[in-house]
Design a protein. Structure first.
Length: 415
């Protein structure tokens, strides 16, 4: 079990360490689509096989979230983050040795990189911060941590593209392994159980008067029967479909338009840069407005942006504008989603319950990555995937409106 910190100090070291961890785990993971074409050229496995490995990675990343969150809820986040960092680095280092078969890619990229990055991602990091912060600061903390992942995408996409161009994809993959290991000391800052059992119970009673902590199993049963929680899952499913489709197949879409590979890497970087602003804005917004309304406008805007993209000429400047628009809401859905879960059930098991929403997110991610590969193989373009993306984004927007959620001012007064 992790040892607790000697005394409570400023929360900023924890928040910044969590954000820095997200720079590495999300930056590396969200840029793996840049390896699809080089892997296909080197292995001859075909886009469909490689897309399947990427799709498995989407699912495993989500499946790792509630498991890692449950372990962190019980024992603290430090060892979970350290183990995840090592596993992610091992996956990157093994990929050049196993890339000649689909099974090898599923193991290295689909299992190891995905599980390792999942253990060092949203559920553990935001859960750790939420259990140490008062309700009035959780939204902005989640926004800052989320912005770390976006900044990672901004940095890693052009960096890995440059490394691929200079050293080849094998050298770039080994470089990713080394960069990941360099983040290992950050896990030490986040050591320690979030709270002692008595303090956790006191927080739960303050946030939700009349509700006793009856253990994780009871919390899971309660959440499974809550209509608002299930609607949150439905919306987050679409978010995963949308993001995984784009990070996996945006380089292919750029190539179909006859544009250079740098347009894809810079588009992914712009998405990450724009989402820094979007994440901070989302963290600010959930302190003042209901998270369900923030989510409604985010999902609705995606449907509008995809429609605008389909009607616009395929030029580099339009790709960059499209990336900036999508980037503002990209993973900015995380702070309001985590905030709604916290309002519904408190923070005691937030890492576990929010981790389950991320699993649903990645079920959508599996389908977005895999079906994109099937679409390009069968029809030669992604048109029907864009149509599906618009329809799902519209449905996700509507799913959030019936969610029962107290206004932030009411929730803060209760806490």
């Amino acid at each position: 079990m992790d040892r607790a910190p000697a005394r409570p100090t400023s929360h900023w070291p924890l928040i910044l360490a969590a954000a820095a961890m997200m720079v590495v785990t999300m930056g590396g993971r969200q840029s793996l689509g840049l390896f699809v074409s080089p892997l296909n050229t080197s292995s001859g496995l075909g886009i469909t096989t490689i897309s399947f490995a990427m799709a498995v990675a989407q699912f495993v990343w989500g499946a790792a979230q509630p498991i890692a969150g449950a372990i962190a809820d019980r024992y603290g986040p430090g060892r979970v983050l350290a183990a995840g960092t090592v596993v992610m680095a091992a996956g990157a280092a093994l990929t050049p040795l196993l890339f000649t078969t689909g099974t090898g890619l599923v193991f290295s990229i689909g299992l190891l990189i995905a599980a390792g990055s999942g253990a060092g991602s949203f559920s553990v990091l935001i859960g750790a911060a939420a259990q140490r912060l008062p309700a009035s600061r959780r939204g902005i903390a989640a926004g800052i941590i989320n912005a770390g992942g976006s900044f990672g995408q901004f940095v890693f996409a052009p960096l890995l593209q440059k490394l691929i161009a200079v050293f080849g994809w094998v050298g770039a993959m080994y470089s990713l392994a080394l960069i990941t290991l360099a983040a290992l000391p950050l896990s030490g800052i986040l050591r320690g159980r979030p709270e002692h059992a008595e303090q956790a119970a006191a927080h739960a009673r303050a946030e939700h008067p009349g509700r006793e902590d009856r253990g994780m199993r009871h919390a899971l049963r309660e959440a499974a029967g809550d209509r608002s929680y299930l609607l949150l899952h439905a919306g987050f499913f679409t978010c995963g479909f949308h993001i995984a489709f784009l990070v996996t197949h945006l380089p292919g879409e750029v190539a179909l338009c006859g544009l250079p590979a740098e347009v894809a890497s810079w588009s992914l970087a712009i998405i990450g840069l724009a989402n820094i602003a979007g994440s901070l804005a989302a963290g600010w917004a959930v302190q003042r407005y209901r998270g369900k309304y923030v989510l409604f406008w985010m999902y609705a805007s995606r449907a509008v942006l995809v429609a605008a993209y389909l009607m616009a000429p395929r030029t580099a400047s339009n790709f960059y504008l499209f990336a900036a628009g999508l980037g503002f809401t990209w993973l900015a859905t995380v702070p309001p989603t985590a905030g709604v879960v916290g309002k519904l059930f408190g923070t005691r098991y937030l890492a576990t319950l929010f981790g389950l929403t991320l699993l649903t997110h990645q079920v959508g991610g599996f389908l977005g990555a895999w079906l994109g590969g099937l679409a390009i193989s069968s029809s030669g373009d992604y048109l029907w995937m864009w149509y599906a993306d618009m329809a799902l984004a519209s449905a996700a927007a509507m799913c959030n409106l019936p969610i029962r959620e107290p206004h932030p001012a009411v929730a803060g007064a209760a806490a």
